[in-house]
Design a protein around this ligand. Sequence first.
Ligand code: HEC
Length: 138
Amino acid sequence: MRRGIIGLLAVLALVFAACSESTGSDDTTAATTAVTEAPPAASGDGDSANGEALYGGSCIACHGPNGEGIEGLGKPWVGSEFINGSTDDEMVAFLKVGRATDDPLNSTGIAMLPKGGNPSLTDDDLQDLVAYMRTLNT
Ligand code: HEC
């Protein structure tokens, strides 16, 4: 019991020391602290910046510059219940197969080809595309 209390005090002392270091007034320390505390850019495993680049090459022609869709070519991503209601893994699985015109979920009468018609996209690429997709659906 006594050991436990001493251990706790030691931890508290360390935490206190760490806190007082990071509140130091010198600018370098403050900048380092800010970088360390910045939240991750996006949730999930995908790299949204790479996803955006892939989007520009493989999806933008039908889904528009910011995912707002292009009439007669591709459905809007922004505000999509299908996208918002699916997990990242479900989205990757969807992208692999696309949505044929005879699929009951197809609402445009136009096919979404597997991988948007670009078979060279890897699973990682699809994950990155989903990460980018999430930045449009907030
Ligand atoms: C040749 C045009 C075309 C290209 C290129 C294309 N899509 Fe599509 N996409 C469509 C169409 C059309 C639909 C809607 C099908 C329907 O009516 O359900 C669609 C639907 C989708 C949906 C489902 C949206 C929803 O709310 O149901 C996602 C997600 C999607 N595409 C992702 C992609 C990604 C990622 C790429 C690039 C790798 C891509 N698409 C490239 C035409 C395209």
